[in-house]
Design a binder for this molecule. Structure first.
Ligand SMILES: C[S@@+](CC[C@H](N)C(=O)[O-])C[C@H]1O[C@@H](n2cnc3c(N)ncnc32)[C@H](O)[C@@H]1O
Length: 271
């Protein structure tokens, strides 16, 4: 494809999702978008770029953006955040009013493994009064997360056998989360770049393995927005390759805990 076509698709994807596509990602455009070109009868990527310039091509723009997201996920990914959560929750609850519903946001939840891993941790702790809110930009993955059905390959990646037996039921060669776990989670399409203020406070936020696709200003903007939604004693979990350093002063690393961040108290009147 020509450089102009690449640049215009990259600009569209960045504006809609924050995802930065550098010129070395041209191969990715080809592999991810070829099925779409075939399905829509569009000759090639340059023609697609032309079509996308039409402001009425909203649905096409959305499909292209979603096709360029990377939805890799697994149960209990990286282990440590879930061990930390197990230790954190028993300490958080006494600081809450009686009957408080624990709120945990799995932002950029992909197909739901992260949200259901959180649900398993809470269920094992006997915490049922909780709302796990899973959100993602991609409609397709949100639908899959809602369905709560995983392939043998997906459950084999990271899910301990005893958890699988306890919290999943086999169904036509696949594995469905049990209703009690499913009921703890709610999934919605949501762009990390949108305004989250109406969502209210969360006790814990997981925002892992998504900031890596953004440029520093976008990372900073998302981190500030997350900090604003966190309870003062809440925590934010980031992916192993992600940090808040140099991006926001509203969050600070929890000493000795990799990937765990806490809100920094803001002075009254501070922006
Ligand atoms: C690699 S997955 C991470 C899934 C999960 N958090 C984990 O760590 O296993 C990244 C997800 O971020 C989502 N994503 C990318 N840009 C987004 C945006 N602007 N808003 C919401 N989700 C986004 C993608 O659709 C994808 O499902």
């Amino acid at each position: 494809m020509n450089a102009e076509g690449f640049a215009s698709i990259a600009a569209l994807v960045k504006a809609r999702s924050g995802i930065v596509l550098t010129p070395d990602k041209e191969y990715m455009l080809e592999t991810r978008l070829t099925p779409l070109l075939k399905a829509q009868g569009i000759q090639d990527l340059d023609m697609l770029a032309m079509r996308l310039r039409d402001p009425r091509a909203e649905s096409l723009a959305r499909t292209v953006t979603e096709a360029l997201t990377t939805n890799e996920s697994s149960f209990f990914r990286d282990g440590k955040p879930f061990d930390h959560l197990k230790r954190l929750v028993p300490g958080l609850l006494p600081a809450r009013p009686a009957g408080h519903r624990l709120r945990i946001w799995s932002a950029a939840c992909s197909t739901g493994q992260e949200a259901y891993s959180v649900a398993m941790v809470l269920a094992d702790l006997g915490v049922r009064n909780a709302e796990i809110y899973g959100t993602d930009l991609s409609r397709e993955v949100v639908e899959r997360a809602r369905e709560g059905v995983f392939t043998q390959f997906e459950v084999q990646r990271g899910l301990p056998v005893q958890m699988m037996v306890k919290y999943f039921r086999q169904e036509s060669g696949r594995w469905r989360v049990v209703p009690e776990l499913r009921a703890m989670a709610r999934f919605e399409e949501r762009n990390l770049l949108s305004d989250h203020r109406m969502l209210g406070r969360f006790d814990v936020i997981f925002c892992r393995n998504v900031l890596i696709y953004f440029d520093p200003p976008t990372k900073g903007r998302v981190l500030n927005a997350m900090a604003a939604q966190l309870a003062p004693d809440g925590v934010l979990y980031l992916g192993g390759a992600e940090t808040v350093l140099g991006l926001t002063d509203r969050l600070a690393a929890v000493p000795g805990e990799r990937g765990v961040y806490a809100p920094v108290a803001q002075r009254a009147g501070a922006a």
